[in-house]
Design a protein. Sequence first.
Length: 296
Amino acid sequence: MTDPVDCAIIGAGPGGLTAAIHLSRFRRPIFVFDAGNSRARWIPESHNCPGFPTGINGDAFLGRLHQQARASGARVEADEVVRLQRDGELFVLEGAGDRVVARNVILATGCEDVLPDIDDLDEAVACGAVRFCPICDAFEAIDRDIALYGPLDAAVSHARFLRTYSDRVTIVPTDLPADRQRTLRLRDDGVAVCTLPESIRFDGERCGFGFGDRFRTFDVVYAMLGSRQRSELALSLGAACDDERALHVDDHLETSVPGLYAIGDVVSALNQIAVATGHAAIAATAVHNALPARFA
């Protein structure tokens, strides 16, 4: 593709596809790169997504968004952008199979969770034995035996949040607690802290940890091992970011690079589908309003 499109969207998760729906309905020619790696694909069934009171699978939700985007006229292609460059006031995007020139770019590449080293992790996630987001699904873990697995500092706030849902919350740390008093305060808050585990295993129904000659299983293990922002393309153009490489944006979701917008998990914000789709509506409208008016 050589003629410039009004906007290229990198990423086809909930944020990217919502932006595509809005821009297509604004009658803007766009191109969507879908690398097929949205975090939403990990969702076995979400009950936190507005409009789906009985829950919806991540792939099914993405399928509906794909269908709606294409019905609105969006061009969505299975390809991954490997290079993003400026050519004057335009952007040039190169994928494995497509080369696209665009007046604006919306980056919806999200972030990538650091995964626990568990055999059959897909099955453990599918049955709810391993989860990643207490905000999304702690309601489904009410009164269950819950473990948080990760660095102690990162796990503390999540553990206190989970005490809203269960009185059996345990931190299984991946590092040694530096402050014994802090561990005691957590116990006062009703949060137990284990010693460092020697192993982690999924038995087909539950996950557990090995501590010497003892093995303890939990109903739910929340993996809190961190995440990596997929912000490399924006950073290659000099976009500003925080210490964790999440992109800085203004009120219209525009980065420090004019014409380059970022939405969803790649931005420093709450990692939720509702946030990503809200970002998408704001960014898509800003892109449309910044372009010359289109007349039938």
